[in-house]
Design a protein around this ligand. Sequence first.
Ligand SMILES: [Zn+2]
Length: 204
Amino acid sequence: MLDYSEPVARLIDEFKRLPGIGGKSAQRLAFYILRRPTAEVESFARALVEVKEKIVFCSVCNNLTDVNPCLYCSNPKRDRGMICVVEEPYNLVAVEKTRSFRGLYHILHGSLSPMRGLGPDELMLPNLLTRLSPENNEGVEVREVILATNPTTEGEATANYIARLLKPLGVLVTRIAMGMPVGSDLEYVDEVTMDKALTNRHEI
Ligand SMILES: [Zn+2]
């Protein structure tokens, strides 16, 4: 980047930090930004800052939200006795689309991956254990925890780890059915497949 003036080089460096963006893509994005009208770029920059200012992790389920607790956790119509554990916020969206789950969620924001150096401490897991006590769950006892992590090596390892942690506490722990191709990401499964996976869940 030696040939670029400092502000341009800095913008390219910032883009390079984004997941999946290499040097060439970063340059292309930087020059795209330079060609856009100032007002448009300002609006883009404001959106970046605002999302960091206004979006927080729900203190109950770790969902990304602008109200805390989030809309799921504060909805009296949701069944507080069931918790569906997912890896990422977009996995929650996939389960919601089935319209067959009326419980609450718990978002881990990751999965166990020894290869990438991700251990239990990197997961947002401790507050799941807290929620299992009725006094921390508006007096409701949790009947079932559904492990809906991805059908990948990491997702399986994560599900097994959580199951080992929860089972001694006496709560029913289930795993969604693996009718889905192994290695697939729940982000890409359709509602019908997800619905089947939920319906055919089994105790682990
Ligand atoms: Zn929540």
